[in-house]
Design a protein. Structure first.
Length: 299
C-alpha cells in the first residue's frame, strides 16, 4: 500500500461499475438466448421530487443498456397508501417482473415499513425486506439480496484487491440503508467490525485503528488525515453539498472524508463523486439479474 510520501491509489468506481455492467449485459444475453426471456425491474415513484426523477431516469437507462426490461409506475404525491400497495401487489404477481423498487422517501402520510414489507421477498432487489436483513445478520444464512450501496462498497474493496479476512474495519454511521448493512457484510467477510456513531466517545482513536474504513455519516470532511492509519483502504459513501462560488450551481459535492489530506496516508481511497455512486446502480442491476436468473433458469 502507499509508502511514505506516496499518494493513495484512487479506487475508480466508474470503471469498476462499467466492468460489472458489461458482465451483466453478457449474462442477460445468455438468458435471452437460452430461455427467450430477460430479467425485469419495476420502479414505483410517488410524487415528483427532482432528485428521485433523475435517479429513476438513470436506472431506466442502465436497464436498457444491460438488456433488462424496465417497468415504471408513477403516482402523484396525493395518492393513497392503498393505491401504492395495489401497484406493488400487481408487480408481485407479474411473472415478467423480477425486481421491485419503491423510490424513497415516501410522502409523510404513507407507512414506509408497510409498503416495503409488501414487496415479495423474491423481488426485493433493494435488499431491505426484514427477512433479507435478518438473514444478513445471521451466521450461516445468506439473504436473497443485499442492499445495493453497502454491497457496492464491499465489491469495490474486493475488486481493488483489498484483503478483508481478519482485518479491522470501522464503519462510520449506523443508518439502515448503509452503515448497519455494511457492518454486517464486513462481518460475513471475516472482518473485526466496529461501528462509530454520534454517541461514540473518541471516534478518532477508533477510526485510526482501522485497516478498512467505510465512511457513511453524512458529515462533510469528518474523517481527517490524523484519523487514518497509514495504508488503510477508505470507501467514502458521503455525498454532501458544500458552498462553492466557482460552480454554476453554487455548490459542489464532497464526501465524509477529507480526500486531499487523507490521500497522503491511505493506501486506497474512493473519490466523491465517481466512487460509490456508480456502484449502487450496478448492484441494483446485479440483484435484478440474480432474481431473473432464479425465476427464468431456476438457479
Amino acid at each position: 500500500m502507499g509508502g511514505r510520501g506516496s499518494k493513495a491509489a484512487v479506487i475508480d468506481g466508474k470503471a469498476i461499475a462499467a466492468d460489472i455492467r458489461a458482465e451483466i449485459k453478457e449474462e442477460v444475453a445468455k438468458l435471452k438466448a437460452a430461455h427467450g426471456r430477460v430479467p425485469g425491474l419495476a420502479v414505483v415513484i410517488v410524487g415528483s421530487r427532482p432528485d428521485s426523477a433523475t435517479y429513476v431516469r438513470m436506472k431506466r437507462k442502465a436497464c436498457d443498456e444491460a438488456g433488462i426490461r424496465s417497468f415504471h409506475e408513477e403516482v402523484p404525491e396525493t395518492a393513497t397508501e392503498a393505491e401504492v400497495l395495489k401497484i406493488v401487489q400487481s408487480f408481485n404477481a407479474d411473472p415478467d417482473c423480477h425486481g421491485i423498487l419503491v423510490q424513497l422517501p415516501l410522502p409523510k402520510h404513507m407507512n414506509e415499513e408497510k409498503i416495503l414489507a409488501a414487496i415479495s421477498l423474491e423481488k426485493d432487489v433493494d435488499g431491505f425486506h426484514p427477512l433479507n436483513i435478518g438473514k444478513l445478520s445471521m451466521k450461516g444464512h445468506e439473504p436473497l439480496f443485499m442492499p445495493c450501496t453497502p454491497k457496492g462498497c464491499v465489491v469495490l474493496l474486493e475488486r481493488s484487491g483489498v484483503e478483508l479476512r481478519g482485518k479491522n474495519a470501522v464503519v462510520v454511521g449506523r443508518s439502515n440503508i448503509v452503515g448497519m448493512p455494511a457492518a454486517l457484510m464486513l462481518m460475513k467477510k471475516d472482518c473485526t467490525v466496529t461501528v462509530v456513531h454520534s454517541r461514540t466517545k473518541d471516534p478518532q482513536r477508533i477510526v485510526r485503528e482501522a485497516d478498512v474504513i467505510i465512511a457513511a455519516a453524512g458529515s462533510a470532511h469528518m474523517i481527517k488525515k490524523n484519523w487514518v492509519k497509514r495504508g488503510a483502504a477508505i470507501i467514502d459513501v458521503g455525498t454532501n453539498s458544500v458552498p462553492d462560488a466557482s460552480k454554476k450551481t453554487g455548490y459542489r459535492l464532497t464526501g465524509d472524508v477529507d480526500f486531499e489530506e487523507c490521500s497522503k496516508v491511505a493506501g486506497k481511497i474512493t473519490p466523491v463523486p465517481g466512487g460509490v455512486g456508480p456502484m449502487t446502480i450496478a448492484m441494483l442491476l446485479s440483484n435484478t439479474l440474480d432474481s431473473g436468473r432464479r425465476a427464468i433458469a431456476g438457479k
